[in-house]
Design a binder for this molecule. Sequence first.
Ligand SMILES: [Zn+2]
Length: 449
Amino acid sequence: MDDIFHYIDDHLNDSLAELTELCKLPSVSAQNTAIEETAKHVSGLLRDLGFEARVLPKQGGHPVVYAEQSGLSTRTLLFYNHYDVQPAEPLELWSSPPFQPTLRDGKLYGRGVSDNKGNIAARLAALRAWKEVRGELPCAVKFCIEGDEEIGSPQMEEFVAEQRELLAADACVWEGGGVTWEGVPQVLMGVKGLLYVELESNTVNRDAHSSYGTVLPNAAWRLAWALASIKGPDERVLIDGFYDDVRPSTPEERAAVEAMPAEEAETLKSYGVEEALTGVRGLEYRLRHLFEPTATIDGLTSGYEGEGAKTVLPARAMAKMDFRLVPDQDPDDIFTKLRRHLDSRGFSDITLRLVAGVRPARTPVSDPLVEVVRRAVVDAYGREPIIVPTMAGTGPLHPFVATLGLPTADIGIGYPVANIHAPDENIRVEDFRAGAKGIAALLQRFAEG
Ligand SMILES: [Zn+2]
């Protein structure tokens, strides 16, 4: 692999320049800016590397860039990425303009340099090295690069089902993870799902004088009681059947979590709390964080929220909630169970709206792909990675695992202070270099089988 790695080193500045150009395009999916332009730009970059690339329309969303190229081995690796980015606001908190990537102290700053254009560029750097040095890729490669991951990937399940044959592969590499605080590369094997809902209580037809608290129903109380019925102080979710489909972690997954570094002290300290919920610590803390579903109140609105006192009985109250789901919970099923729960507890007056649903997915840590990725990481980083059975966050992974049947792993160029989704998003150039080598080595290891 040394020849390939040298090529990546020698052309690092070209790859960073390519990333910089890509990040100048403000492809903010939430604001629908520069979407078509960026899709075209990305497919052009792939074509320059010898890919057959197309921009495919997606029902109810932005177009998807699809590309494919054959290789020495017939085994096919599918890369999932996204070319859209989060809004750059608040602009005043950036040290340099978000869409004019700037290099400072070994770091490149700009919106998308990490999430996810940096990972696209690192993958292109690896592929270019193979093509230039060896003339051919070691295995067949496909790309599926979507344009609305940052707004929840609407209709990605349907798109993948429709394009099942086009996207067929032997394994999938997810959008891109990164290294820990200590610089240890991580291989991530899954995501949690998500159910996002709004609950609303409407009692009287207009706000009333609070003296009517004797006889008129208060929307804020109705909502507070309904919310209190959903989760107890012991942190257990009280919706009937909520835990029915939770897949127990395997001994292999528990062993992988045991081998992960303890990070609770840093997390708790950074949030200014003494101990985790219910006092959970050590291995139990990590197991809960990765394998347990959640019920979270994200926002609450009702009545008078201004300065001073206003004695008012609110007519309306609204709450936003998200549930992080784990395999094999299904957001539609949990939504139905939540509705049934509210009805059976006397809260049929509470309106419930489904805002978003994403299914969870996980590839077993015992899958042969893990060993392939592990070897590639050792080749590139010179050290053993941490195998993380799932991340605590969410992504549109489910159709790739369930519909396409692909084992999926996630490696990438990020690090803990990449500030993704926030001002001063950045990557360290050395992580980009190592990440590109990781992908280059993975192509070789994957081709070997
Ligand atoms: Zn993101």
